[in-house]
Design a protein around this ligand. Structure first.
Ligand code: NAD
Ligand code: MG
Length: 403
C-alpha cells in the first residue's frame, strides 16, 4: 500500500494550481495526484495530464470536456469528467486525503464545502467561498473533523504564528490582535483621479505577486484585503475589531499576531505562494518549496503605513459587510465579482467598482446565511442588482460619457 498522500487539485490550470503542482512535482515520494479540475483551458489541462497522469480530469465547460477527451493520448489512464457532478466526485472520493481548493470566485463554494463535509484536509486558497459561506464552511469543518489549512499567504502566516492543536484548529489564547499586511497594490500612491483612468493591465501589474487577473484587480482596489479581513474572522474565530490592516509595500512580512504580553510574531518570506502551498501540503512537517531563501540585506527596508479607506472604499465596504453579518458578505463578494469582470471587459472604470458593490449592498435584504441555497440566492440577487447598476452606467453615456 502506498503511503503517499492523495491529492485533488481544483483550479489546477490557474496561478495557485500550477504552483501547487510545482511543489508536488518536487516530492513524488509524498504525493499522488488523483484529480485535476479546471474551467476550460484544455491545452494546459492536457499538459498537466501528461505530466501528472491523474486518475480523473474534470472540466467544468462541456465543450472543453469533449475536446479534452478527444485529445488525451490513448496510453494515458485518465478519465474525463464534466461539471459540478465531476467536481463533487473527485472531492469526496474515499481515496482522497487532500483537496486544494483553488478555483477562483463564488464558483468554488460547492466543491470547497463538499470537501469540508467529507472530512478532507482542505487547503483553502479560494477565499471567496469562505467570505460567502463562512458560517457553513466552518461548521462543516467542525462537524466532519476536516482539517482546514489556509493557503492565502496572510492567513497562512497567521496560522504559523498562532497556537494550533493537532487537528489544525487555531486558538486565540493570549492573542490580542491579528495584523493583516497588505502590499497596497499597484495604485498605492495613485490619486482617485488617476485611478479613474486606470486600465486592466495597470491594475493587474502587481508590484510583488504574480496572480490571476481577478485577485490582481482585488489587490489593486484593496477589496482583496477586505475579503481577507472577513476570511481571517472566520478562520481564526475573531471579531472584526481584532483584525487590523497594515500596509507593507515590500510584501515580506506576510502577517503578524500580537499577543497580550506585547509580543508580535511575524512570518516572513519572499512573495512566492509556493511557501504557503508547501506548508499546507506538508503540515505539520516542512517541505522544500523551491522558493529562494529570503535575503534581508537585499530587502533592506520593511515599511508600514495605515491604509487609506477614502481612496480605497472597497476596504470600507467589506468592513461594513462583515459588521452587518449574514448574507451581506456574499452580496459584497458577488457584486465585486460582477464589477471586476466588467472592469476587465472595459465596461466600467476602476473607480466604479465600489459604486457597483455599494449599490447591491444597499438593496439586497440581509438575512442569516443559514444554508447553501440562501447564500446562492443572495449571490444571485446581488449579481442581478450589480448588472442593473452597470446598465445604469451605460444609459448615462457609458465609459466615455461620464465625467
Ligand atoms: P486563476 O484565475 O489563475 O485560476 C483560477 C482557476 O480556477 C483556473 O484553473 C480556472 O480554470 C478555474 N476555474 C475558474 N472558474 C471555474 C469554475 N466555474 N469551475 C471550476 N474551475 C474554475 O486564479 P488564482 O490566482 O490561481 O486564484 C485562485 C484562488 O486562489 C482565488 O480564490 C484567489 O483569491 C486565491 N488566491 C490566489 C493567490 C495567488 O497568488 N494567485 C493568493 C491567495 C489566494
Ligand atoms: Mg492574500
Amino acid at each position: 500500500m502506498s503511503s503517499r498522500r492523495v491529492v485533488s487539485v481544483l483550479g489546477s490550470t490557474g496561478s495557485i494550481g500550477t504552483s501547487t503542482l510545482d511543489v508536488i512535482a518536487r516530492h513524488p515520494d509524498r504525493f499522488e495526484v488523483y484529480a485535476l479540475a479546471a474551467h476550460s483551458s484544455v491545452e494546459v489541462m492536457l499538459e498537466q495530464c501528461r505530466a501528472y497522469a491523474p486518475r480523473y480530469a474534470v472540466m467544468m465547460d462541456e465543450a472543453a470536456a469533449t475536446l479534452l477527451q478527444k485529445r488525451l493520448p490513448d496510453d494515458l489512464d485518465t478519465e474525463v469528467l464534466q461539471g459540478e457532478g465531476g467536481l463533487a466526485a473527485v472531492v469526496t472520493a474515499p481515496q482522497v486525503d487532500v483537496v486544494m481548493a483553488a478555483i477562483v470566485g463564488a464558483a468554488g463554494l460547492p466543491s470547497t464545502l463538499a470537501a469540508a463535509r467529507a472530512g478532507k484536509t482542505v487547503l483553502l486558497a479560494n477565499k471567496e467561498s469562505l467570505v460567502m459561506g463562512g458560517h457553513l464552511l466552518m461548521q462543516a469543518v467542525r462537524e466532519s473533523g476536516a482539517c482546514l489549512l489556509p493557503i492565502d499567504s496572510e492567513h497562512n502566516a497567521i496560522f504559523q504564528c498562532m497556537p494550533v492543536d493537532e487537528r489544525g484548529t487555531p486558538s486565540d489564547k493570549g492573542v490580542s490582535k491579528v495584523l493583516l499586511t497588505a502590499s497596497g497594490g499597484p495604485f498605492r500612491l495613485w490619486s482617485r483621479a488617476q485611478m479613474a483612468q486606470a486600465t486592466p493591465d495597470q491594475a493587474c501589474a502587481h508590484p510583488n505577486w504574480s496572480m490571476g487577473r481577478k485577485i490582481s484587480v482585488d489587490s489593486a482596489s484593496l477589496m482583496n484585503k477586505g475579503l481577507e479581513l472577513i476570511e481571517a474572522c472566520w478562520i481564526f474565530d475573531l471579531a472584526p475589531a481584532r483584525v487590523d490592516v497594515v500596509v507593507h509595500p515590500q510584501s515580506v512580512v506576510h502577517s503578524m499576531v500580537q499577543y497580550l504580553d506585547g509580543s508580535v510574531l511575524a512570518q516572513l518570506g519572499n512573495p512566492d505562494m509556493r511557501t504557503a502551498i508547501a506548508y499546507g501540503l506538508g503540515w505539520p512537517e516542512r517541505l522544500d518549496s523551491g522558493v529562494a531563501p529570503l535575503d534581508l540585506v537585499a530587502t533592506a527596508r520593511l515599511d508600514f503605513e495605515a491604509p487609506d479607506e477614502s481612496r480605497f472604499p472597497c476596504l470600507r465596504l467589506a468592513r461594513e459587510a462583515v459588521a452587518a453579518g449574514g448574507t451581506a458578505m456574499a452580496v459584497c463578494n458577488a457584486a465585486n465579482e460582477v464589477a471586476v469582470a466588467a472592469f476587465l471587459a472595459l465596461q466600467i472604470r476602476f473607480t466604479d467598482i465600489p459604486v457597483v458593490i455599494e449599490y447591491a449592498l444597499e438593496r439586497v435584504d440581509n438575512v442569516q446565511a443559514a444554508s447553501l441555497s440562501v447564500i446562492e440566492d443572495a449571490d444571485a440577487q446581488a449579481r442581478r442588482l450589480a448588472a442593473q447598476c452597470l446598465a445604469g452606467f451605460q444609459q448615462s453615456g457609458g465609459l466615455a460619457g461620464r465625467a
